[in-house]
Design a protein around this ligand. Structure first.
Ligand SMILES: Cc1cc2nc3c(=O)[nH]c(=O)nc-3n(C[C@H](O)[C@H](O)[C@H](O)COP(=O)(O)OP(=O)(O)OC[C@H]3O[C@@H](n4cnc5c(N)ncnc54)[C@H](O)[C@@H]3O)c2cc1C
Ligand code: FES
Ligand code: FES
Length: 485
C-alpha cells in the first residue's frame, strides 16, 4: 500500500504535499512555495551553510527526538516525510528572540547578516542535542557555515554563551505533541509522489525497495542526497525516478559484535561515527573531516561507496581494513570485498536493480593498527587531493600483514600492491620504507586536476608512507597540523 502525500510538521503545523516535482529541494520549497525567505541560498552545493535548517526526527526508541542541522539546498523535499522542519522563522517566541539568536546579538556576531540564519540554525541544533558544548564541539558544529565579514571569534563566543541563557523553548514545550505526531506519520504507508515526468518512492522495507528496483531498474537511488542533489542544483539535470532509502528500516541498522561492525547502508555518518571512533580513532577523526556536520547528518556510507568517486574518503579506509559489503537484488544477496566493487572510473560491480545493503568492517586484532591521512587544502569541509590508508600488523617491528590503499591516486580507490610487497614480512626501517616509496611509482600514475598535480600527488603519497613509519616508531610524535592549531 502506498500514500501519495508527504506529511511533515513545519514548526508545529501539519503540512501535506502532493503532486510536487520530487526534484524540488527543501530550500526551494521553503523560499518559493512557503515564502519563508529567512533561509538563504549561497552556493546551492552544500558548501556554505547559508541554507541550514533543522529537522527533528524520531530516534530508534520512537519516544525521543533528535535534532539535526542539514543543508536544505541539497535535500529533496520528499525526504521531509515523517519529520519536523524547523527554520529560522520558527525560533522567536513572540517578540522574544531564541537564546541562540540573542547570543549572536549580544556578541556582535553578525555584520551583513547573510550567513547569520545558517549559523543560528547550526547553533540551535547543537544546543538541542548538547546543553553545554565545549569549544571544540561548537567549532565542529559551525565548521560547515561560512562567514565572510563578521569573523568567527564572535560567532563562536555567541554559540558558547548560548548555554548560559538556555531556557525551555517552544520546541521543548511541544516535545510530547511532536513525538506523538511524528509517530502518527510513521504509521502511514510508504510515500509515492508523481508529477508529470518525475516520480518519487520512499519504501519502508527492504522487500518494497527490492521489488521496486526489479520493476524499475533505471530508478535512481537517493540516500542523504549530498552527492546526488548536486546533479540537480549544479548540473541543472532532473532525475526521472527517485527511490529514497531514508525510510527503509533494514538499511538503518547498526551492529557491533566481537568480530566486526555492520553498518546499514543508509545510516548517516553522524550516527555510526562514535561506534567506529572507539575502535579506530583515526577513522573517527577522518570522518569528522568529511564535509561538515550538515553533510554528515545526512550523508551515508552507502552513498559514499555508491557514487564510486576516486576521491571518496571512506573507500580507501574500508579497503585497507578489508571491509566487505552485501549487495542485494530481489531476494538474493551476495557478499563482496569493498575493493572489488570499484571496476573503472565511476564503473562498479553493481548490477541493474541491485543495491548496497550493509557494510562489514572487521575489528583490529592484537598488533594491528590503522593509520589514515587525508590531504586537502583545508582541514574542514574540503574534498581530498589524496587519502592514504595503512593497515598493518606488527610483530617485533616486522610487518606481518600490510594493506595499503589510496584515494586520489587512480581512477578508482585502490590498493598499492607493489608498495605492500616492499614492506611485507620485513622489518620497518628506513631502507624498506624507501623501497616502498619507490614501489609506489609502479602502483600509480596519478592525474593532474584542479586539486593537485600528478607530481604533487605522488610526492605527498610517498611522504605519507614515511609519516606513517615515523608515527609507528614513536607513538607520541606530533606530526598532525591539528596538534599545533
Ligand atoms: C559540501 C560537501 C562536502 C563533501 N565532502 C566530502 C568529503 O570530505 N569526503 C567525501 O568522501 N565525500 C564528501 N562529500 C560527498 C558526499 O557527502 C559523500 O559521498 C556522502 O557519503 C554521500 O552519501 P549520500 O547518502 O548523501 O549519497 P547520495 O547523494 O544519496 O547518493 C550518492 C550516490 O550513491 C548512490 N547510492 C546511494 N545509496 C546507495 C545504496 N545503498 N546502494 C547503491 N547505490 C547507492 C546514489 O544512487 C548516488 O549515485 C561532500 C559533499 C558535499 C555536498
Ligand atoms: S546554499 Fe550553500 S550550503 Fe546550501
Ligand atoms: S555576517 Fe556577513 S557573511 Fe557573515
Amino acid at each position: 500500500m502506498t500514500n501519495s502525500t508527504v506529511h511533515f510538521l513545519l514548526n508545529n503545523d501539519v503540512v501535506t504535499i502532493e503532486n510536487i516535482d520530487p526534484n524540488l529541494t527543501v530550500l526551494q520549497y521553503q523560499r518559493e512555495i512557503q515564502f519563508n525567505t529567512g533561509t538563504k541560498e549561497g552556493c546551492s552545493s552544500g558548501d556554505c551553510g547559508a541554507c541550514t535548517v533543522v529537522v527533528a526526527e524520531l530516534t530508534s526508541k520512537d519516544q525521543e527526538l533528535k535534532y539535526k542541522s542539514i543543508n536544505s539546498c541539497i535535500c529533496f523535499v520528499g525526504s521531509l516525510h515523517g519529520k519536523q522542519l524547523i527554520t529560522v522563522e520558527h525560533l522567536k517566541q513572540g517578540a522574544k528572540l531564541h537564546h541562540v539568536q540573542q547570543s549572536i546579538v549580544d556578541n556582535h556576531g553578525s555584520q551583513c547578516g547573510f550567513c547569520t540564519p545558517g549559523f543560528v540554525m547550526s547553533s540551535f541544533a547543537l544546543h538541542k542535542q548538547n546543553n553545554t558544548p565545549s569549544r571544540a564541539e561548537v567549532v565542529e558544529a559551525l565548521a560547515g557555515n561560512l562567514c565572510r565579514c563578521t569573523g568567527y571569534r564572535s560567532i563562536i563566543d555567541a554559540a558558547m554563551e548560548s548555554s548560559e541563557h538556555a531556557e525551555a523553548d517552544s520546541f521543548a514545550l511541544h516535545y510530547k505533541q511532536t513525538v506523538q505526531q511524528l509517530n502518527h506519520f510513521k504509521q502511514l504507508p510508504s510515500v509515492t509522489l508523481a508529477n508529470t515526468n518525475h516520480s518519487y518512492f520512499a519504501p519502508k522495507s527492504i522487500a518494497e525497495l527490492a521489488q521496486k528496483l526489479i520493476a524499475k531498474p533505471n530508478a535512481t537511488l537517493v540516500a542523504g542526497g549530498t552527492d546526488l542533489a548536486l546533479l540537480v542544483t549544479q548540473n541543472l539535470n532532473t532525475i526521472n525516478d527517485l527511490v529514497y532509502l531514508g525510510d527503509v528500516a533494514e538499511l538503518h541498522t547498526l551492529e557491533n559484535n566481537d568480530e566486526q561492525f555492520i553498518i546499514g547502508s543508509a545510516v548517516p555518518y553522524s550516527e555510526f561515527t562514535p561506534m567506529l571512533n572507539d575502535e579506530y580513532h583515526e577513522l573517527g577523526a577522518m570522518i569528522e573531516r568529511i564535509g561538515s556536520r550538515q553533510v554528515r547528518n545526512n550523508g551515508t556510507l552507502g552513498g559514499n561507496i555508491g557514487n564510486a568517486s576516486p576521491i571518496g574518503d571512506m573507500p580507501p579506509a574500508l579497503i585497507a581494513l578489508g571491509a566487505k559489503m552485501t549487495l542485494q537484488r530481489g531476494d538474493s544477496a551476495r557478499k563482496i570485498a569493498v575493493e572489488d566493487y570499484f571496476v573503472a572510473y565511476k564503473k562498479t560491480d553493481l548490477n541493474d536493480s541491485e543495491f548496497i545493503k550493509d557494510i562489514y568492517i572487521p575489528k583490529a586484532k592484537p598488533g594491528q593498527v590503522l593509520k589514515l591521512y587525508k590531504i586537502s587544502k583545508r582541514i574542514d569541509d574540503d574534498i581530498s587531493a589524496v587519502l592514504g590508508a595503512f593497515f598493518l600488523e606488527l610483530e617485533d617491528n616486522v610487518a606481518t600483514k600490510v594493506r595499503i590503499a589510496f584515494g586520489g591516486m587512480a581512477a578508482i580507490p585502490m590498493r598499492a600492491k607493489r608498495c605492500e610487497a616492499a614492506l611485507l614480512n620485513k622489518p620497518l626501517n628506513r631502507d624498506n620504507i624507501a623501497a616502498a616509496q619507490q614501489a609506489l611509482t609502479q602502483d600509480f600514475q596519478p592525474m593532474t586536476d584542479v586539486r593537485a598535480s600528478d607530481k604533487y600527488r605522488m610526492k605527498v603519497a610517498q611522504n605519507l608512507i614515511q609519516k606513517c613509519y615515523l608515527e609507528l616508531q614513536s607513538r607520541n610524535i606530533e606530526t598532525r597540523v591539528v596538534n599545533y592549531a
